[in-house]
Design a protein around this ligand. Sequence first.
Ligand SMILES: [Zn+2]
Ligand SMILES: [Zn+2]
Length: 392
Amino acid sequence: MITSEDFSHKNQWDVALNIHELNETGSQEFKSAKYLSSVLKSRGFKVTEKYAGIPTAFRAEKAVGQGGPTIAFLAEYDALPGIGHACGHNLIAASALFSAIKSAEKVHNARIVVIGTPDEEGSGEYSGSKILMANRGFFDDVDIVLGSHPGDSWDVGRQSLAVQDFEVTFTGTASHEAADPDKGRSALDAAILTYTGVNMMRQHVRRDLNVVIHGIIKEGGTASNVTPEKAVLVYGIRSSDIKYHGELVRRFSKIAEGCASATDTSCKIREIGPLFTTTKINPALSNFIRDRLVGRGAKCPSLEETFSKQPGGSTDFANISQIKPALELDFQIADEGTPWHSHVSLEAAKSIKAKKALDLVIEVLSDTAKKFAEDESFREKIRHDFLTNSLS
Ligand SMILES: [Zn+2]
Ligand SMILES: [Zn+2]
């Protein structure tokens, strides 16, 4: 009898819908991690929970035959605070699981791995968990990393922006705003000046390096008759060039410190989470996957066409591409131009279009795993491109 506990009967679409419904935000994906682990266990994978010391991470693996390379699929399953699975990470989870399950059926000699990587969106304590894992050597035994991400187009090598988030806390002096204004020093004034200063800086940056700077005022005081003694800004600074990104961060810090000085307050700048790098593209891997997609009817542009598009997002998958041959396949689940992190993408992540695209992604990624496991010259080409190409 099939009960709700019989996970071996769950298919990719069950998983996608279940994770969509669980709707757990970054670093809080306890039920999602448990559910995904159960599905993998039911298919004969050996699961390590709390992988790398991260409570909602896991690693599952299955050895097929003797020896062979280690092929890792990365699962994400964090939702966005407030809106839910509007980035479609429920589909990434389903794709990683079933690409691995299919791969284990297709290969003769390989170790097939799924790594559950929480908090890609950076909303919790383990923000950018892939980077935390990589820094502690948890990708060292892996030969290739495959992932996927839903969006409004097919792409096999989209560049991503380096990003670092910052929290800037200004500290002033509280005082009665009518009786003792001379004794007060406003942290809010420092925050507003900084916000304005950063707006001015935007005019004087390189246009060709996709600079994006976005910020909010998170705290700006508690009562209008008390000088705000604490104000907090949160910013994200992005660029498609990692060196230039460092230059932007230096200028940003100077603005905040200068504005604190100008208002007789002090400021502390804290990095939120790790630095997400740009993506290192692997043409051999991209071209193989693109051929398979096109052969099955997907409208996937060439690598050159993809490169002519302006990069928009950032991901901790990029950091993995810098240390191992890796590809995150972008798959289309919504019309081109659909805004992401929106109510439209939230619905798209459980649509029929997503269901069809997911099936195709699983076919193509498991074919790629098979090719990698069995064709030494393919492995060599990928290794060569990883060591030599400069598309990063
Ligand atoms: Zn995403
Ligand atoms: Zn997102």
